[in-house]
Design a protein around this ligand. Structure first.
Ligand SMILES: Nc1ncnc2c1ncn2[C@@H]1O[C@H](COP(=O)(O)OP(=O)(O)OP(=O)(O)O)[C@@H](O)[C@H]1O
Length: 259
C-alpha cells in the first residue's frame, strides 16, 4: 500500500454545535495539510475552535461537513489503528499508580494487549522524556513538568505516528515550559512523529512548529498558515534573533485581527 504523503489533511471542515439555547459554528470551512513527520502549531484566540479541530482529527467529535484524513484513513479508522496519541493540558495520571504503571496503562484498557513489535517499551519511553530513575515514583512525588513528561511518554506508547497535543504546557511555569519545549523538539526529531500542537503562545507556536496555523474566531476559520523558515536544530536562543522576532510580530498582528 502506498504511504500517503499527508499525515493529516482537512478539507473544508465545519463543525456546528447545536444546543437548546443556540447553534455555535465552532469551525467554518477549515482546510490545511500536514506532511508526514511535520510539526504544526495551532494558534488562535480563546473559543476559535483549536480544541475542536484536534478533537475532530482524534475522532472525539464528528465534523458537520468536510473531509478529514489521517494517514489516508478516516479518523475513526485511524483511532482503531492506534495511529495517534493525545496529550491534554492536565497530565491526567492515576494517583495510585507509579510513573511506569501510568505509561503502561493503555496496554490494559479494553483488555490486556501486547506492544507492537519494535515499539519502544514503557521504560524506554520514560528515558526518552528524561525520566530515567523515576519509574517507581507516584504522581504526587513528581513536579508538574515531570507529570506532563509521563503523559507524553504514555501518549507515545505503541509508537503512534501522530501526536495530538492540546495546550500540554499551558499550566506550567515559564522555565519548565521552556525546557519542555526544547525536549519536545528533540523527541519530535528522534521519533519522527507528526505533531499537532495547540497553544496560546506565539513564542511557543513559532519555536516548536514547522508550520503555524492561526485560527480566527466567530466562526473559527483559517486566518493564516505560515511556514516557519528556521533551522531544524534550534535552541531557545533562536527566539532572540531578528528573524524570529519579525515572524512573531507578524503572527501577533494576525492574531490581533482574529478576535
Ligand atoms: N461540546 C460542545 N457543545 C457546544 N459548544 C461547544 C462544545 N465544544 C466547544 N463548543 C464551542 O465551540 C467553540 C470553540 O471551542 P474550542 O474549545 O474548540 O475553542 P478553543 O480555541 O480551543 O478555546 P480555548 O483556547 O479557550 O481552549 C466555542 O464557542 C465553544 O463554546
Amino acid at each position: 500500500m502506498p504511504v500517503p504523503a499527508s499525515a493529516v489533511a482537512c478539507q473544508n471542515v465545519s463543525v456546528r454545535f447545536v444546543t437548546d439555547r443556540r447553534t455555535v459554528t465552532a469551525l467554518s470551512s477549515v482546510s490545511f495539510d500536514v506532511a508526514s513527520g511535520g510539526f504544526l502549531s495551532l494558534l488562535g484566540p480563546s473559543g476559535c475552535g483549536k480544541s475542536t479541530l484536534l478533537r475532530v482529527v482524534a475522532d472525539l467529535i464528528a465534523a458537520s461537513s468536510g473531509h478529514v484524513s489521517v494517514f489516508g484513513m478516516r479518523p475513526e479508522e485511524a483511532r482503531q489503528a492506534r495511529s495517534f496519541g493525545f496529550v491534554f493540558q492536565d497530565a491526567a495520571l492515576l494517583p495510585w499508580r507509579t510513573a511506569l504503571e501510568n505509561v503502561e496503562l493503555p496496554l490494559e484498557v479494553g483488555g490486556k494487549r501486547a506492544l507492537p513489535p519494535n515499539a519502544p517499551t514503557p521504560r524506554e519511553l520514560l528515558k526518552l522524556v528524561g525520566l530515567e530513575g523515576w519509574e517507581n515514583s507516584l504522581p504526587h512525588e513528581l513536579s508538574g513538568g515531570m507529570r506532563q513528561r509521563v503523559s507524553i511518554a504514555r501518549a507515545l506508547l505503541g509508537g503512534p505516528k501522530l501526536l495530538l497535543m492540546d495546550e500540554p504546557f499551558g499550566a506550567l511555569d515559564e522555565i519548565t515550559r521552556d525546557r519542555l519545549n526544547e525536549e519536545l523538539r528533540r523527541i519530535w526529531q528522534e521519533t519522527g512523529t507528526t505533531i499537532l500542537f495547540v497553544t496560546h503562545s506565539v513564542y511557543e507556536a513559532l519555536y516548536l512548529g514547522e508550520q503555524v496555523l492561526v485560527l480566527a474566531a466567530n466562526p473559527g476559520r483559517v486566518a493564516s498558515l505560515t511556514t516557519v523558515d528556521l533551522p531544524r536544530g534550534r535552541d531557545l536562543a533562536i527566539r532572540e534573533t531578528p528573524q524570529f522576532v519579525a515572524m512573531a510580530a507578524g503572527l501577533r498582528d494576525t492574531l490581533g485581527r482574529s478576535h
